[in-house]
Design a binder for this molecule. Structure first.
Ligand SMILES: [Zn+2]
Length: 197
């Protein structure tokens, strides 16, 4: 297996990586950085497993958590008055506000990507933070922050498309104000990944 070695941009500690991962974490000073031509330090969080987490193999899954300003300019709906995004967007007059969008950053099949993105964006997870991975393996991050920003639009449209026939047209604007890497605890099961909170 090929091992990549880089140096921490903060403390110069060598970081060894056995997998292809965009995110490098320094064991010494806990700085996380990404290498995409340049070297950029990344804000991150690690969520602890909950006491009621199901039994099974534990794994940390990386997400980009995008803090977005969202504004619905115009919506044409038919067949119902329930508009998921209006409930979802906090603040404003129900048509604008701030939202967190969770983008799975690892390499998933489209169905898993969609399931995880919508589950976490609809119900933002509550977790206690910790400062290390407690020797639990983590999936490699393969999606860049920039790609995640583009996928945010896919998530917005997909959330509304879950109610076929209701949404006809939506004119909105979305601005990503902040992005951080969030590692969330999961259990691997035959049914797929289960949130370990
Ligand atoms: Zn360091």
């Amino acid at each position: 297996m090929k091992v990549i070695q880089v140096r921490c941009p903060h403390c110069n500690n060598p970081i060894m990586m056995k997998q292809k991962d965009l995110l490098f974490l320094c064991d010494n000073c806990k700085t996380m950085h990404v290498r995409d031509g340049g070297v950029t330090v990344v804000d991150y969080e690690i969520g602890d497993f909950g006491r009621g987490a199901p039994q099974g193999d534990r794994v940390y899954v990386p997400f980009w958590r995008l803090y977005c300003s969202f504004n619905i300019n115009n919506v044409r709906v038919e067949g119902g008055s329930l508009f998921k995004l209006s409930n979802w967007v906090k603040g404003g007059a129900g048509s604008s506000g701030a939202i967190f969008i969770f983008i799975p950053a690892s390499d998933f099949d489209p169905a898993t990507f969609k399931r995880l993105a919508i589950m976490l964006t609809t119900m933002p997870p509550k977790y206690a933070s910790r400062t290390d991975f407690n020797n639990i393996p983590r999936l490699p991050a393969t999606m860049s922050k920039g790609e995640a920003g583009q996928m945010a639009h896919f998530v917005v449209i997909t959330m509304e498309a879950e109610k076929p026939g209701i949404l006809q047209d939506i004119d909105y604007s979305l601005k990503v104000n902040d992005a951080r890497a969030v590692y969330l605890p999961f259990i691997t099961s035959p049914q797929g990944l289960i949130l370990g909170l």
